[in-house]
Design a protein around this ligand. Structure first.
Ligand code: ITT
Length: 185
């Protein structure tokens, strides 16, 4: 299913409307209006989020023929050697939060990484950011994706329980870097 709003200069291309909703609020706060083009992008198999993001952005621009950003995220758990990392989407769909909680014993350190990649006719540019944190012992709060199990550093609550996730998330940090660059173009 593909869907678009004609009046924007910049589109977020993703199959995941939660990601768009957050990106829209964040970019609004920097004065950038963001449209949504819902599409399943080609995701190459790679250990590098950067490579995956670049290919996704090129595929998105090829489909829409307008300036786009895409986002590739990964949850990296230290004691699992960085798993699920680039496979976060697949792992969420298969074993989910329950499966991850069952894998963890002692160390619960983790980080959430976001890469935002911009693509137009002549530019391909990526911005990445991370938030350090922990995996909770139980799912807490009602949120999407890994939100109920990820506790950002210096917080007692999961992303799902926070009302200011959009001011401190991996997505916020990567989009802030992107905006600083984009607004100078
Ligand atoms: P795309 O179509 O944009 O690729 P996706 O849902 O496959 O959408 P990613 O590969 O970027 O997105 O995300 C990897 C996984 O991490 C996926 O299961 C997401 O739901 C989850 N995720 C990403 N950001 C998240 C956040 O802020 N909170 C909770 N889960 C998140």
């Amino acid at each position: 299913m593909e869907d678009m709003q004609q009046s924007h200069d910049l589109f977020f291309v993703s199959s995941n409307s939660h990601k768009y909703q957050e990106a829209k609020i964040i970019l609004d706060s920097f004065g950038i209006k963001l449209g949504f083009f819902k599409s399943n992008l080609e995701e190459i198999q790679s250990n590098s989020l950067d490579d995956i993001a670049s290919k996704k952005a090129q595929d998105a621009f090829f489909k829409l023929k307008k300036p786009v950003i895409i986002e590739d995220d990964g949850l990296f758990i230290n004691s699992l050697g960085g798993f699920p990392g680039p496979y976060s989407s697949y792992v969420f769909k298969t074993i989910g939060n329950k499966g991850i909680l069952n894998l963890l014993k002692n160390s619960r350190k983790a980080k959430f990484v976001s890469i935002i990649t911009y693509c137009d006719k002549k530019t391909l540019q990526s911005f990445n950011a991370k938030v350090d944190g922990m995996i909770s012992k139980f799912q807490k709060g009602k949120g999407w994706g890994y939100d109920p199990i990820f506790i950002p550093k210096n917080s007692k609550n999961t992303f799902a329980e926070l009302n200011n996730k959009n001011e401190l998330s991996h997505r916020f940090k990567a989009l802030k870097k992107f905006s600083n660059w984009y607004l100078k173009q």
